[in-house]
Write a new protein. Structure first.
Length: 620
């Protein structure tokens, strides 16, 4: 059994195999037959036959094994070579990985540098914009600082003059206001108080947009009316307007209409109740048609006796205290042309003289003429005023934003993109404003030149109105309102004959206005007064309108008053002229150069032609 188990089946000799074939080929040598004889023999039979099969198979397998061995040998050699190559490959891979890592690091460095480059380019562009923007702003701010320094230096004098103007000149006419202002300016120069040499109340206290809004609301466009508007809106006392032509009244009505204006008269029994309710609610109040005396119950309102109780403003009227709204406004108007108010009233109110003057009415009528004859220019002027105001407001807002952004900027100001954009926007706004300012100056110059072309028409209208106003001195029944005059004036602008030639159009307007007013006014005059009205018209036109002064001031004074010089010591040598007429002739010689030596000429003529006989003759 041990021999069978350990038999070297792989190395059976061919001779043994050959001998074994004899047994295998024996038909009786099969396990079934052998089993019949011996079970052990069966096993041996099976083992022998298995060895034979194994030998047959081995004949086929053995070459393959040899080939396998040879292949395995080649495989081992290949594997050995593969290991060498793999090691070399791994080394290359390691080098590649290292190179890739180095590449990634280099690429990251390149990306960082590229990003920094782009950032630096952006910052460079921003820096360039910042430098240019700040440079442009610096130029403008430098000029602004110069102006502000001058204004700051002149601030004291300007405020003193403006305060004095607001407080004291409202009662007076335009000429007297100008005279007072010149005296104050002389005082400032004498006491070395600096002020702007082009000082006007409109420049110091006025806002062009607000003034334009006032004119839309009905305030006349002349300088006196604008000054009155500034006094009314800036005075600390309630304004009392001397307003015989109702111009101030109409302006206040229009200006405060949206604020629920309450209109009362002293004749209204519940006027005090209206005032109390308005004080509570903050409504403006217009007290119309007052006389030279005021109701004593208005004393607390005029004195503005406002007190503060428990954090609330209160005013005492009569025996009761009522809440006081800071929105409350109080306006007083009178139609009296020349009222006399006692000092105790004048110190409590700001008296403002809205009485129209010849110069003021001339400016008002000039505005009407230009609006009708050249409406495009007036519209353009209004548009420029509004645009300039919008630009200046935008520029102011931009400046405030720049200063805020600069103040809040981080250490790296170039990172603040908003600041750069705002600076660029400010630059564009500044350029636009500069262009608009130049356009405005040219347009204003053109408008002023065109306005002056129509001044003669306005001047003629002003002369005619004041002749009409003076008719009330002839008879109290002859009273004509400025509103009637203005409507008739504008109606004639519309209905008069048109002409493309300016000189002809002006002549047509002047003639049409003069004739139309004469015709309309004569309809309301007594027959006995029509000649006087004609004479006043003609005399005032010759005195004030014609450029050659057909009637000089001295001639007019001589006509009204005679000579102011005493000629009683002069001997009358003209025997056909009495002493009174002779003194008049001497006065005329003194007044007008054209009548020089008139008395001598009359004496010579009288001697030559015996004028005495002719004059004293009773023959017709």
């Amino acid at each position: 059994m041990q021999a069978l188990k350990t038999y070297d089946k792989d190395n059976v000799k061919p001779k043994v195999i050959k001998q074994l074939k004899k047994f295998i080929s024996d038909p009786e040598f099969v396990p079934e037959i052998v089993e019949k004889k011996s079970k052990a023999g069966k096993s041996i039979c099976l083992w022998v036959r298995a060895i034979d099969n194994y030998s047959e198979v081995l004949k086929v397998i053995q070459p393959k094994r040899e080939q396998l061995a040879e292949a395995q040998k080649g495989l081992d050699a290949a594997n050995a070579e593969l290991s060498v190559k793999s090691a070399a490959l791994q080394k290359v891979r390691s080098q590649i990985a290292q190179l890739q890592a180095e590449y990634k690091a280099s690429q990251k460095t390149l990306d960082d540098l590229t990003q920094k480059k782009d950032q630096i380019q952006v910052q460079l562009s921003r820096a360039e914009k910042l430098v240019k923007g700040l440079a442009d702003e610096a130029e403008r701010w430098t000029e602004t600082v110069k102006v502000l320094n001058v204004d700051l230096m002149n601030l004291t004098g300007n405020i003193v003059l403006a305060a004095g103007y607001i407080s004291y000149v409202g009662t007076f006419t335009a000429k007297y206001r100008a005279s007072l202002l010149r005296r104050w300016q002389t005082y400032c120069v004498k006491n070395k108080i600096p002020y702007s040499h082009d000082f006007t109340v409109e420049n110091v206290l006025g806002d062009p947009v607000e003034i334009r809004e006032w004119q839309i609301q009905g305030l006349p466009g002349d300088s006196l009316s604008i000054e009155n508007g500034l006094i009314v809106t800036n005075t600390s006392r309630w304004p009392l307007m001397i307003d015989p032509q109702s111009q101030g009244n109409k302006w206040i009505r229009s200006k405060e209409k949206e604020n629920n204006l309450q209109i009362i008269k002293l004749s209204f029994s519940k006027f005090l109740q209206v005032i109390e309710n308005s004080i509570r609610m903050g409504y403006p109040v217009l007290l119309e048609n007052i006389g030279e005396k005021l109701d004593p119950s208005l004393e607390p309102v005029l004195a503005n006796n406002v007190i503060k109780e428990q954090g609330q403003l209160m005013i005492k009227i009569g025996d009761s205290k009522i809440p006081y709204s800071s929105e409350f406004k109080f306006f007083l108007t009178t139609k009296l042309a020349n009222p006399h108010y006692m000092p105790e009233i004048c110190i409590k109110v700001a008296v403002v003289n809205f009485t129209v003057t010849p110069e003021g009415l001339e400016d008002q009528l000039l505005v009407d003429v230009v609006k009708y004859e050249q409406p495009a220019l007036e519209q353009q002027k209004d548009q420029i005023v509004m645009q300039l105001a919008d630009f200046k407001r935008a520029l102011k807002d931009t400046e405030d934003k720049i200063l805020k952004l600069v103040g809040d900027a981080s250490d790296d100001i170039l990172e603040d993109e908003e600041l750069i954009l705002v600076l660029d926007q400010s630059k564009q706004t500044s350029i636009a404003i500069g262009e608009r300012m130049r356009e405005a100056e040219q347009t204003s110059k053109m408008i002023n030149e065109n306005r002056e072309n129509y001044r003669n028409v306005a001047k003629r209208g002003s002369i005619l109105y004041f002749v009409i106003a003076d008719l009330a001195l002839v008879d109290p029944m002859y009273q004509y309102s400025l509103e009637f005059f203005t409507k008739l004036f504008n109606k004639r602008l519309e209905k008069s004959e048109k002409s493309e030639i300016l000189e002809e159009r002006l002549k047509i307007l002047i003639l049409d206005i003069t004739e139309s007013f004469y015709t309309n006014i004569c309809r309301g005059l007594f027959e006995k007064d029509k000649l006087l009205y004609s004479f006043l018209n003609a005399a005032n036109i010759l005195r004030k309108h014609d450029g050659d002064n057909a009637i000089s001031f001295d001639e007019w004074s001589f006509f009204l008053r005679g000579s102011m010089t005493d000629f009683s010591n002069r001997e009358n040598k003209i025997d056909y002229i009495d002493d009174k007429i002779f003194r008049g002739i001497l006065g005329l010689e003194e007044t007008h150069p054209n009548f020089k030596d008139l008395s001598k000429s009359l004496a010579d003529v009288g001697d030559q032609l015996s004028w005495k006989a002719i004059v004293t003759s009773e023959e017709p």
